[in-house]
Structure formats: C-alpha cells, structure tokens
Design a protein around this ligand. Structure first.
Ligand code: COA
Length: 497
C-alpha cells in the first residue's frame, strides 16, 4: 500500500486513539465521542486502545484519563481534538511531538468565521510535521466496520416527556461512502440512509479541509474494498487539478455522485460563511464533473436516489429504456422524464410487438393492453402478467434498462408480482428500477420488498426515471473509457444479479 494511503488508514482503523477534551459531562461533544469509542470497544467492535485526555479528570467512563497527549503511554496513532479553538494549536504541537499519524479537529472557529490566522497555523503544522489533519470544523469519521465513531451527535435523545427516541442513528454496514464538507448534512444523510435501510461503509466529514481534502479522500476510497459508491457533498473544490485527476481515476472503478451547492450568488455567499468556501463559477463545476464522469445530482433527493440505484444495480450498456406498468398516466410521466434526460423510450421492434400480441390472443395478457413501450398491462393486471411481460422485455437485445411501475392499487395484482419480476430481472445484466406511488402500508410494502430484492424503488415515476438516467449515464461513461465490461464483472460477483 502507498505510504500516503497507509497514513490515511489511521483515520479509519487506528491501533490507538486519544480523545482530547473527553469530558464526564454527558452533554459535551467530547463526552459523546469518547463514549462512542468506549462502547464500541466494550462491544468488541473497536479493537484499538482508547485514551481520554483532559487535565481536569482522573478517569472518564472508567478509563484512566491523561492530562495531555504527551503523557499517554506508548504509541498513539490518532487524536480527536474537541477543545475550544484557542487550545487546538497547543494540542497539535503535543501530538506532533508524540509522532501521532493523524488528527481530526472537530472544533469550529477557524477560517469559516474569518479566523484564517489560526487555521494557517494548523496548516503549517500539518505540512511541517507530516501529520495528516481532517477538519477543523467537522464531525470527523464514522466507520461501520471498525467501530471508529467520532460523531458527537447522540444516537438517541430523551424527550421532555421522558421518552427516548432515535435521533442520529448509525447506519448498518454497507457499500456507500459519504464524503461531506457539511457535517450537519452528513449527519442528516446518515439518518436518512438508516431509515431507508441502506448501509454505509465509511463516513467522512472534512469541514474546512485545511490538510486532507475531498480529492485525497476519494483517492483513499478508490482502494477501500468496502466502498462501491461514493456520495460527495461539496461547497467548493480548491485543488481543482488534483480533483480532476483523482475523480477521473476513481470513476473508472466506482461511481461518484456529487451534490455541489452554492450555485447562486446568495448560495455562494452562504457557503463562504459556512465553511469558508469560495464557490467559483457553477458552469466550471458542471464541466469538471461531466469530464470526469462524476454524476452531479440536482438536489438532495436525487443525490440519495442515485446513490441507491448505483449501489444496487449495474450501469446500463446503452440508452434504450423499456417501461412496464399497470398505470397509464404514471407510464407517460416516466416516458417524459426519460426522454427529457436524453434516454430513448422507443417503440419495440415488430418481433417484440408480435410476442405480446400472441400472449394477448392466448388470453394471457388483457386484450386491451398496450404493448409498444410503455407496456400498459392495465387495471386487469395479475402477477403472472407482470412476469410474462418482463420476460419479453428483458430478453429484447435492444433494451438496456427496465423501469417497473407496479402500482399496487389494481384488484387482481398480488404482492408476489415483485418477487416474480425480480426473479426475471436477476437473470439479466440490465439495470432495473421500480416505483409504486402512495404512502399506505401497501405502497410502503411494495417499495420495501423491491428494495429488499435489490431493485431500487422510488416514490414517483420521475424519481425512477432519474435513477435510470444515472445508471445509463454512468454506463455510457464506463463504455467511453472502455471499462464497462470489467466494472460489470466486478459488480455481478457481489450483487443479487
Ligand atoms: N486538553 C484537554 N482537555 C482540555 C483542554 C486541553 N488543552 N482544554 C480544555 N479541555 C477540556 C475542558 O476542561 C472540558 O472538559 P470538562 O467538561 O471536563 O471541563 C473539555 O475539554 C471541553 O472543553 P470546553 O471548554 O468545555 O468546550 P466545549 O465542550 O463547550 O466545546 C467544542 C468544545 C470543540 C465542542 C466547541 O469549541 C466547538 O467548536 N463546537 C462546535 C463544534 C462543531 O460544530 N463542529 C463542526 C460540526 S460540522
């Protein structure tokens, strides 16, 4: 492993970690962070040594407390700094004299409020000592497998009534990495993904990025075996050339979905006061993402929807999309969205049309079903009809991706249509996405079951079409770079397909 990667490893899987500012007071950030490590160590998930550092305490949560980093016995790989800004440089100096490999500075109060002088001191220390630094003004790292958890946001919260509710859940292990300039949005993302039961490999909040930036993090994640898809939230990218080089390399192996905010003048001003970001021209970002194959999501919803699609489904080998539905209107909605995104929903070939006509004649599909693309099986649909139509469409060599709009409201449709369609889809390399509209138990069940079977499902036909668009765009990018075959081989080895 390259030595720079090895050093970055200390952020995610350190052999020893000190939490500087570990407090006994339960509402303090330093308490929550140390408690996370202590609990994960007790559960046997975090395997390294942990040390609380605080000059005012002898012990924290049963662990011997040290007055400074220099007093911690033996080697120390990582420090998490949770003390007010004025103390940070002093702690960093002590850490460097202790030959600490990496430091995460949670503390706010640096360039984001114009305190560039203090941030420059940290930058200089990182440069001269070689210690890698994440932050300041960040929420650090969460690794779902090693038990590194620097999130100072408690998992549960006690309401005024005394009831305890889940507040900032930690997601289950999975293949999506989140790399974010905004800690708050990152925490919200964990909440959202946990709710959707989508697993996360690693979470990194890099805040003001005084040393480690998004490009370096992407480079690290390229080699991370647990990560298959990267979700990146940024407000600015300072090292443009480095980013272009790294992103180009990463997207040949792993998709990157970017949510870049600060598009408008006022948005850019808000970004500048949030993380000190200099947003730059939005068109430049558009061009840079397009050139490197990074998918730029238009908003938060598309960001998550696309991440979910890319982690569950293979990319498409072309632009031709088929839609199978039992709902005419939503079918039209999906067609419109596909076409507006540049996908083709073209009429099926005569051979395919004849296959459908044969089934209609045999009474296996409704006589009044339409079958030119979309296939509308109408309100008389049954599970078997969905299965039969899927077989024809998936076997059509001209089709590269399939959207299943299986609205549950029709009377003869049983929920087993989901399993039947998924079984057909699993025999083909073509990406599949699904949609059911509604918020009833049945709608939730339908989407949940599709998700469980590895077919990402969405709330609206447009969302499903946009998810398919990302699968097509990524497929075309891989094709252009001559990497599609290799990607598909890797993907199919580890998926339901
Ligand atoms: N070494 C070790 N411990 C030290 C210390 C030092 N040099 N200096 C102070 N401490 C101790 C304090 O005594 C205190 O422990 P105590 O509760 O036992 O007294 C603890 O460290 C924390 O210091 P305190 O002064 O109480 O600060 P705080 O907990 O109120 O706030 C931060 C500290 C870092 C959380 C706060 O400054 C901050 O930056 N908050 C915003 C964080 C944020 O939002 N980050 C970005 C998210 S996107």
């Amino acid at each position: 492993m390259e030595s720079s990667l090895k050093q970055m490893h200390a952020f995610f899987n350190p052999r020893s970690v000190a939490v500087v500012g570990a407090s006994r007071r339960i509402n303090k950030a330093g308490h929550v962070i140390f408690k996370n490590f202590a609990e994960n160590k007790r559960r046997g998930v975090f395997k390294g040594e942990i040390y609380p550092v605080n000059p005012h305490e002898d012990s924290v949560l049963g662990f011997k407390c040290y007055p400074s980093v220099t007093k911690v016995p033996g080697e120390l790989e990582l420090v998490v700094i949770v003390v007010p800004a004025i103390h940070v440089v002093g702690v960093m100096r002590e850490a460097s004299s202790k030959k600490v490999k990496a430091a995460v500075i949670i503390t706010s109060g640096f360039s984001e409020i114009g305190n560039n002088k203090l941030e420059n001191q940290i930058k200089a220390l990182a440069r001269t000592t070689g210690m890698r630094v994440l932050g300041p003004n960040c929420i650090g790292v969460y690794d779902s497998r090693t038990g590194v958890d620097m999130l100072f946001l408690p998992e549960t919260r006690v309401l005024i009534t005394g009831d305890e509710v889940v507040a900032t859940p930690r997601p289950m292990p999975g293949k999506i990495a989140i790399v974010t300039q905004s800690g708050a949005f990152g925490a919200a993302a964990l909440d959202y993904l946990t709710g959707l039961q989508i697993g996360v490999s690693k979470f990194v909040s890099f805040g003001n990025k005084c040393d480690v930036d998004e490009a370096e993090m992407l480079h690290y994640l390229l080699y991370d075996k647990e990560t298959a898809v990267i979700l990146l939230y940024v407000e600015d990218i300072k090292s443009g050339r480095k980013f272009l080089e790294v992103a180009e390399k990463v997207t040949k192996k792993k998709p990157i979905v970017a949510l870049k905010c600060g598009r408008t003048k006022a948005g850019a001003r808000a970004a500048a006061s949030h993380t000190g970001a200099l947003a730059g021209s939005d068109q430049i970002y558009d061009a840079a993402f397009a050139r490197t194959g990074v998918f730029r999501a238009k908003d938060m919803e598309e960001f998550f929807d696309v991440g979910k699609a890319l982690v569950m489904q293979p990319p498409a080998a072309g632009k031709n999309v088929a839609i199978i539905t039992d709902a005419g209107g939503p079918g039209v909605m999906a067609v419109d969205e596909c076409e507006m995104k540049g996908l083709n929903v073209k009429r099926f070939s005569e051979e395919i049309v004849q296959k459908f006509n044969k089934l209609k004649k045999a009474g296996k599909l409704p006589r009044f079903a339409t079958n030119l693309n979309p296939v509308d099986l109408t309100g008389s649909v049954t599970s078997e009809m969905f299965e039969l139509a899927s077989k024809i469409v998936f076997e059509d060599p001209e089709i590269h991706g399939v959207i299943i709009l299986g609205l549950h409201h029709t009377p003869a449709l049983q929920e087993d249509f989901i399993d039947r369609v998924a079984k057909v889809a699993s025999k083909h390399e073509k990406p599949t996405v699904a949609c059911d509209i509604g918020e009833t138990e049945m709608a939730l069940y339908t989407r949940y079951r599709f998700d469980k079977l590895g077919i990402p499902s969405y709330f609206s036909p447009e969302d499903a079409a946009r998810a398919m668009n990302a699968l097509v765009k990524y497929g075309l990018h891989l094709k252009k770079k001559k990497c599609l075959k290799a990607y598909l081989e890797r993907f199919l080895k580890t998926s339901n397909k």
